[in-house]
Design a protein around this ligand. Structure first.
Ligand SMILES: *Cc1c(COP(=O)(O)O)cnc(C)c1O
Length: 458
């Protein structure tokens, strides 16, 4: 009912109910309705693009992030007043609840997603001379943690269809020095864990999952972070579950849990930090979560499932509509991905289907229509910080100049380079809205498609 009204409102607002019929050249309006396609897709297309002075398609507002309510205030105040600021019962309760939520035996809360990954590698004894396999389409922290251990990152190219590590290219990257594999569930889309874990098991290499963007994502019905040796999460402000900063490691291996705990907490014993751990690698630090973060996360976990469902429903609707527009390719999922967390809504843009309109201009035109969209990652394997680190004295000392000089050539990722030119994103908050707003986004893209040649010239 509400949807019908909205449709009528749009038709009315553009005053082009008749025009909608005349412009639908390839598909009749009746045909579109038959297939359940909202008429706004064809009506909006007849209007002038907002970038050229027309009216923006998106009329609603997009929600802010993070969201804080009364229970968050109470949680923080309770910790504050009880002077219980240091890791204790709130963090432990969070660890228990987060492990249960993700069908994992153990959870170790950390100060960030970066320190969750850093701790995982430390607990596995990764060090100078070791190689760690990473994908190139990810946030810098995935490779930062490898550098912090003076290990050598080895890149496996992306599968452009999914934005994830190409599982077919993993085995070729393994050497006798490979000490860990870090598949990343980027944007909340789940890496092909069947194939990655099969290769890892064959070569007896631990898998440290980077699930920092994949809260509640699932592979074959089980939490994405509960597969492999460890699964690492981030609760940084932008993430689907957040406490400003924070992180967590999941594992089903008690020895790994003990080692992670010792590494992250001054070589002490799990779960409460009492006594010295029997921890063979010795190296350790303080990467603890504070009680404020623990309490806030417990409070923020309320509604997590409902928000995840809303994102999934809206993303599915948007994907169905965007797939109909030539040159727009929403990220595909592997067959085993039973739930995408949609931290990002990712799609590829093909300018050849848009009269050569550049991605930058396409994004500008889309933003002018009121769609908060941005270009995705740039190639991580070519980032300055990484190349600088690999040229630094300690690296040259460990790996030798020849190996490091050959590194860029060995770590080329041509598919990922293309992906970085095509990738577009919207943040998960865009999906915490309505079906009508998804239809407006698709209508805005359809409008730009229709006027692409004009926009390219402007
Ligand atoms: C956010 C993020 C991290 C790092 O988490 P922080 O909590 O910011 O340290 C690591 N990997 C990916 C893919 C991320 O998105």
């Amino acid at each position: 009912m509400a949807r019908k009204t909205t449709r009528r409102r749009f038709l009315h607002s553009v005053g082009l109910a008749g025009a909608a019929l005349s412009v639908a050249k390839t598909r009749s309006l009746a045909g579109m309705l038959e297939q359940g396609k909202p008429p706004i897709l064809s009506t909006a297309a007849t209007e002038k693009p907002a970038l050229l002075g027309g009216k923006p398609v998106c009329t609603g507002s997009w929600p802010g992030w993070p969201r804080a309510g009364k229970s968050d205030e109470e949680a923080i105040l309770e910790v504050l007043r009880a002077a219980r600021w240091y890791r204790s019962r709130s963090v432990q309760e969070f660890e228990e609840k987060y492990a249960a939520l993700n069908q994992a035996k153990y959870c170790i809360a950390t100060s960030s997603g970066t320190t969750a990954l850093y701790t995982s590698l430390g607990a596995l004894g990764v060090g100078p001379g070791d190689e760690v396999i990473v994908p190139p389409y990810t946030f810098m922290a995935t490779v930062t943690v490898v550098l912090l251990h003076y290990a050598l990152p080895v890149f496996v190219d992306s599968d452009r269809e999914t934005f994830l590590m190409d599982p077919a290219k993993l085995e070729a990257a393994i050497t006798e020095k490979t000490k860990a594999i870090i598949p990343v569930h980027i944007g909340g889309n789940v890496a092909d864990l069947d194939r990655i874990l099969a290769v890892a098991e064959k070569h007896k290499i631990p898998v440290v999952g980077d699930a920092c963007q994949a809260h509640l994502a699932q592979w074959r019905g089980r939490s994405a972070g509960s597969w492999g040796t460890t699964g690492c999460y981030s609760f940084q402000l932008s993430k689907n579950l957040c406490s400003g900063e924070g992180g967590a490691i999941l594992t089903n291996d008690e020895a790994v849990a003990d080692a992670c705990f010792a590494f992250h907490n001054c070589c002490r014993n799990r779960p409460n930090g009492r006594g010295a751990a029997n921890y063979r690698f010795g190296r350790n630090g303080n990467f603890r979560m504070t009680e404020f973060q623990g309490a806030l996360l417990l409070s923020q976990m309320q509604g997590l499932e409902e928000r995840a469902q809303l994102r999934s429903e809206n993303a599915a609707h948007l994907t169905k509509l965007l797939r109909e527009i030539p040159g727009i390719h929403p990220a595909k999922e592997y067959e085993g991905c039973t739930r995408n967390a949609y931290h990002l809504y990712m799609f590829r843009y093909d300018p050849t289907q848009f009269a050569g309109l550049s991605r930058e201009k396409f994004l500008r035109a889309l933003r002018a229509e009121g769609v908060p969209v941005s270009a995705g990652y740039t190639p991580l394997n070519k980032e300055r910080f990484l190349l600088d680190a690999l040229r630094s004295e300690p690296y040259v000392r460990v790996y030798g100049k020849k190996t490091l000089d050959q590194w860029p050539e060995r770590n080329q990722c041509p598919e990922n380079d293309k992906l970085c030119e095509e990738g577009c994103w919207m943040l998960h908050t865009v999906l915490l809205t309505t079906k009508e707003q998804m239809e407006q986004i698709a209508a805005a893209v359809a409008k730009i498609h229709k006027h692409a040649a004009e926009l390219a010239k402007a």
